[in-house]
Design a protein around this ligand. Structure first.
Ligand SMILES: NCc1[nH]cc(CCC(=O)O)c1CC(=O)O
Length: 309
């Protein structure tokens, strides 16, 4: 019987996610043996570049795709959020397990609340989207880039470099440290990143045996939601650099997509909620409606702003 090698980054969160996938496969009754192989990625090695500038995605997966191509691993567990909007034809998302919490969280130093932040307070985030969303509700605060694994960011907060930071609830829950959260940010104003809270298990497109094994832990609703969000971002910004939010759910066979496009300074935030039955239809409706409101111009402007930093 074939045994499978799972590729994962070495961060605590990545390893937790990969081990969770191993457990889910076991629970689903897959009898094969699984082992982990740690892979260092460009995103892990280059901690000093701003994610917004390099596009957030891609830098966490190139090295892993090389290992897949060379058959050093059979599949890889990623945060869906870190996957580029477009995958190379040689690889596919073989499975999308059930989503963790999709929301963003605010962590205030010594428990300070968003509403109590003074003029000039500094919020750490690595995402242009979160920076814009924060400035939209709190124009008097400042945002500053922060990088590193989840625990490293919390440490930088405690050291006093920031008054607060924003992180995905999902990562904190998976690490079992959601008690650090001061406030859960409402997902209707803080529309999360495409794929936030979901995992993507990537394998070689032609590897049918692996695909069959991975399907046992696929969650159809999460998969449909993620497909919708990813089509949406591809229609607006294939490079996936602009402050775009997209979160889809499936309710009674309807797909509901909450979508947003913001200017870098948060002064303009366009939102649209689309509803329908197919991912293509829902994503296209949201993208078209936002383009009518000027989304393309905002995106071009945002990318130009990010590029000159
Ligand atoms: N880009 C980093 C990254 N990729 C996935 C997560 C958290 C888990 C998730 O969103 O699925 C994070 C950290 C964060 O944004 O807090």
């Amino acid at each position: 019987m074939r045994s499978f090698i799972i590729g994962t980054r070495e961060s605590k969160l990545a390893v937790t996610q990969a081990k969770w996938v191993m457990e889910e496969l076991k629970k689903a009754g897959v009898p094969n043996e699984f082992t982990l192989k740690y892979i260092s990625t460009k995103g892990d090695r280059k901690q000093n570049v701003s994610l917004a500038k390099v596009g957030g995605t891609g830098i966490f997966i190139q090295d892993i795709e090389e290992a897949l191509e060379k058959k050093e691993i059979d599949f890889a567990v990623h945060s869906m959020k870190d996957l580029p909007a477009m995958l190379d034809d040689r690889f596919i998302i073989g499975s999308v397990p059930i989503r963790e919490d999709h929301r963003d969280a605010f962590i205030g130093r010594n428990g300070i609340k968003l509403a109590d932040l003074q003029e000039g307070a500094i919020i750490g985030t690595s995402s242009a989207r979160r920076a814009a969303q924060i400035k939209a509700i709190l124009p008097h605060v400042e945002t500053k880039w922060i990088r590193g694994a989840v625990d490293a960011r919390i440490k930088q907060l405690e050291e006093g470099k920031y008054d607060g930071i924003i992180l995905a609830v999902a990562g904190l829950k998976r690490l079992g440290i959601e008690k650090v959260i001061t406030e859960y940010l409402p997902a209707d104003t803080f529309i999360p990143a495409v794929g936030q809270g979901a995992l993507a298990i990537e394998c070689r497109s032609e590897d049918d045996e692996t695909k069959q094994v991975l399907r046992t832990i696929n969650d159809v609703n999460t998969e449909t939601a993620a497909i919708t969000e990813r089509i949406f971002v591809r229609l607006l910004d294939e490079e996936d650099k602009a402050p775009i939010g997209a979160y889809a759910t499936v309710e009674n066979n309807d797909i509901i997509l909450y979508a947003s496009v913001a200017s870098i300074n948060g002064e303009q935030i366009l939102t649209f909620t689309a509803k329908g039955v197919s991912p293509e239809e829902v994503a296209t409706t949201a993208a078209n409606e936002l383009m009518k409101k000027g989304a393309k111009e905002l995106i071009e402007e945002a990318k130009w702003e990010l590029g000159k930093e």
